[in-house]
Design a protein around this ligand. Structure first.
Ligand code: PLP
Length: 362
């Protein structure tokens, strides 16, 4: 977490610990904290304070959008499971992607009809970092399904994109604090004024009946602190991290053969360094990296004893054998030049080791 976000939480565990729905002076103080947070969040997200709904996580925000609308949902095949699963469970339509992971606009156009209640297209892909052209998606949805709502899962967008430019294009946006230096277990769903959604969680009627449950005041304060700081640093961090990301991928490509960049750099965020390593099994590589304190992921799921490549790479049409060697490295506000140099050394020597062992095996 960002140190400022940790600091912002602390008073709400002690002297400011009150339920903002109460009526005494301490409750009013906690309510003021939530109101102030809502104003600041709204400013960064480019919406009005009444359009901000605090949730328990990004998954809840996504589920509320898809399930709360109730009718036919459409989404892309590379969406996070928090969008994909509710869409599929409700009998929605899943549209294919191109080789960079963008939703296929021709396929989307083919399925848009007056029956569609909601279209959900992520702003940034969580595995490979692809940035969606939401203006193009918005134009298409508004012209071919003007009655449909447009939702974007912007959970991975906060560090990289100006949300004030995205907000006017869509009706609903999802966010999660732990993706930008805030705590886990708190998120936001923005709901454009006038849009009616059935709440996923009903009870005490908090958040203007849109999300019941006692407010996580400490989490909301920390989310807000992290969001404001991320927004202030966004432009300089984009430039700094793009340089480090390029050094990481170029350093790896120079040290070992068979490094395939999954998505072109100009189509993805500065923090994403996803590559596929020819002839390598991610599982073995991640084990060696972990032993050397380099923490990365592959986004593979183990199904029926066999490692399956990620649904995102499958949607992009990445060849099965190459997808089995996926390595997902991400950079953020804590990443330093030294981290990058060490990662290059460790990944390169681990890959070389695995290749030597494979050759030596009878
Ligand atoms: N959507 C995307 C794109 C994500 O990357 C994540 C988290 O990994 C989520 C949704 C879910 O957010 P949360 O972990 O807060 O439930």
């Amino acid at each position: 977490m960002r140190p400022g976000a940790v600091e912002a939480m602390l008073p709400f565990f002690s002297e400011r610990f009150a339920n903002p729905s109460g009526s005494h002076r301490f409750a009013r103080d906690a309510r003021r904290a939530v109101d102030e947070a809502r104003d600041q969040v709204a400013e960064v997200l480019g919406v009005s304070p009444g359009e901000v709904v605090f949730t328990g996580c990004g998954t809840e925000a996504d589920n509320t959008a898809i399930l709360g609308v109730g009718g036919l949902a459409v989404c892309g095949a590379a969406e996070h499971p928090a969008v994909l699963h509710p869409t599929e469970h409700r009998g929605g339509i899943v549209v294919g992607t191109d080789t960079a992971g963008h939703i296929d606009l021709d396929q989307l156009a083919d399925v848009l009809s007056p029956d569609v209640a909601i279209v959900s297209v992520m702003a940034v892909n969580n595995e490979v970092g692809t940035i969606t052209d939401l203006a193009a998606v918005s134009r298409l949805v508004r012209s071919l399904a003007p009655g449909a709502l447009l939702h974007t899962d912007a959970v991975q967008a906060v560090c990289w994109l100006d949300l004030r430019q995205i907000a006017p294009l869509v009706d609903l946006m999802s966010f999660s604090a732990h993706k930008f230096g805030g705590p886990k277990g708190v998120g936001v769903l923005t709901i454009r004024d006038g849009v009616k959604l059935a709440p996923l969680i009903s009870g005490g009627g908090q958040e203007r009946e849109r999300r019941s449950g006692t407010h996580n005041v400490a989490g909301i304060a920390a989310l807000t602190s992290a969001l404001v700081e991320t927004d202030h640093q966004r432009i300089s961090e984009n430039a700094r991290l793009a340089g480090l990301r390029d050094r990481l991928i170029d350093g790896l490509s120079g040290a070992i053969e068979g490094v395939v960049e999954t998505v072109q750099r100009d189509r993805k965020t500065a923090g994403s360094a996803h590559v596929c390593l020819d002839g390598i099994e991610s599982e073995s590589l991640l084990f060696l990296l972990d032993q050397a304190d380099v923490c990365a992921s592959a986004a593979s799921a183990c199904a029926s004893g066999a490692m399956e490549p990620s649904h995102v790479l499958a949607a992009m049409g990445v060849e099965h054998s190459l997808a089995m060697g996926a390595l997902r490295m991400t950079l953020g506000h804590t990443t330093t030049v030294d981290d990058i140099e060490r990662a290059i050394d460790v990944v390169a020597s681990s890959v070389q080791h695995l290749r030597r062992v494979a050759v030596a095996r009878p």
